[in-house]
Design a protein around this ligand. Structure first.
Ligand SMILES: [Fe+2]
Length: 206
């Protein structure tokens, strides 16, 4: 396995983030700033981390099903050869706030970023996996966040809005500190996420 193949993930992400499907329905100053940060960083280049370690989480029992159910996607194609190498984790800020079932049914993996398989300090990007019938209650974070749903139709809510069905390839943008929540239905949900702005702390329950 060569570095070139891992770095193909960054190339695929740069190509995808400039394609209309990636930002369908998204606009505005905050989104444009987020997109510009990500694309500038990808253009600058990322390097392969020497200390990235694979780690599974309880929810990765649904990863194969989520991948099997995902429509063809260039970023997923680039990640697939390295899917067993991903480091999955849950957010410790939620401990004591979210029910125990949540931690069995949600995890994220940082693929590009300060702690990613591919390193940059400028933004973070990776995968979010949620199991069937799981609630991801209200939470927020200072970083802005761009999601692209890759597999599974879940219910997503922003602010005081209603939960709406978000099938692939829905694109979703959360501004800095915007409260958001998700609810899965019958299938797992797999989504691509990216963070830009102040990324120094993980999300907090609201
Ligand atoms: Fe978020």
């Amino acid at each position: 396995m060569t570095n070139i193949n891992h770095l193909h993930i960054a190339d695929a992400l740069a190509r995808f983030y400039t394609s209309p499907e990636a930002f369908i329905g998204l606009s505005g100053q905050a989104f444009d700033a987020h997109k510009s940060t990500v694309l500038t960083a990808l253009d600058k280049g990322v390097s392969l981390a020497s200390d990235y370690q694979p780690a599974k989480a309880p929810v990765t029992r649904f990863l194969e099903a989520a991948l099997a159910d995902a429509p063809a996607h260039p970023v997923l194609n680039a990640i697939r050869p390295f899917i067993e190498e991903l480091h999955w984790q849950t957010n410790k800020n939620y401990h004591g706030h979210f029910e125990e079932r949540f931690f069995e049914n949600e995890a994220f993996s940082e693929i590009i970023g300060p702690k990613g398989m591919l390193q940059t300090d400028i933004f973070r990007a990776g995968l979010l996996l949620m199991g069937p019938e799981v609630d991801y209650p209200d939470h927020n974070h200072e970083a802005s966040e761009w999601y692209n749903v890759l597999s599974g139709t879940g219910l997503w809510r922003q602010g005081a809005g209603e939960f709406s069905q978000r099938p692939p390839p829905t694109a979703i943008f959360h501004s800095s500190w915007e409260v958001h929540a998700m609810r899965c239905q019958k299938t797992p949900v797999l989504a691509l996420w990216s963070w830009a702005g102040n990324m120094s702390s993980e999300a907090m329950p609201v």
